[in-house]
Design a protein around this ligand. Structure first.
Ligand code: BG6
Ligand code: MG
Length: 220
């Protein structure tokens, strides 16, 4: 029986996936590693330092920087990103998400947040959604980021539920892999191609339908 829903944040609750993309793309241009949206799919859900490593690898520059230099590059990206998220308001909640959260609470489900972002709590505050979530997994507490299942396993544990009692909602390929690895039912938001590993998917957050999810989860 479904008892909890564990959400990714960026690209599921609000469109910050686009801000991450812009901030990384700007940094990439500065260090002469241009990349497109297709490569960006491989960055979604990935922690800040792991994202930087993937970008450097993409440009064949893994060994071009010291750890201190990499930390400075990651900080530069985050400083840009923090400027972009300052402007976020409740109007930036993606279509249908508020209703979906309300439906979940009305159905007695517990809600958790499993975002790789250290900026997650600030974004929830700006969106006015902090009180919806019983727990927020602290990404700094994890040994392994997405696609490792740890973050969703920890989310379920913090809610006092088993993975089988939860569904996870994600827009990232790495995130779906993390949910599936946790033994949890995965709901994807994205294209049929990017969400091909998800147990079910919708193209748009407006199509998130709790009735349909409860039904699909019970049939798994
Ligand atoms: C994830 C995003 O939610 O958080 C990634 O999908 C991002 O793109 C990661 O790199 C870490 O975010 P932050 O805010 O801690 O740099
Ligand atoms: Mg995401």
């Amino acid at each position: 029986v479904l008892k909890g829903v564990i959400f990714d944040l960026d690209g599921v609750i609000t469109d910050t996936a686009e801000f991450h993309f812009r901030a990384w793309q700007d940094l990439g241009e500065k260090i002469a590693i241009p990349f497109d949206r297709e490569f960006n799919e491989k960055l979604k859900g990935i922690s800040r330092m792991d994202s930087l490593e993937r970008i450097l690898e993409h440009g064949g520059k893994n060994n071009a920087y010291t750890i201190e230099e990499k930390e400075a590059l990651a900080k530069e990206k985050n400083d840009d990103y923090v400027e972009l998220i300052k402007e976020i308001t409740p109007a930036d909640i993606l279509p249908g998400v508020k209703k979906f959260l309300d439906d979940c609470l009305a159905a007695g489900l517990k809600l958790g947040l499993a975002s790789a972002s250290k900026n997650g709590p600030a974004i929830l505050e700006n969106l006015g959604l902090t009180d919806y979530f019983e727990i927020v997994v602290d990404p700094a507490s994890l040994a392994n980021g997405k696609p490792d299942p740890e973050i969703f396993l920890k989310g379920a544990e913090m809610l006092g539920l088993t993975p089988a009692e939860c569904v996870g909602v994600e827009d990232a390929e790495a995130g779906v892999e993390s949910i599936n690895g946790a033994g949890m039912f995965s709901v994807g938001v994205g294209t049929a191609d990017s969400m091909k590993e998800a147990d079910m998917f919708v193209e748009n957050t407006a199509d998130l339908d709790l009735e349909a999810i409860i039904k699909a989860h019970s049939g798994k």
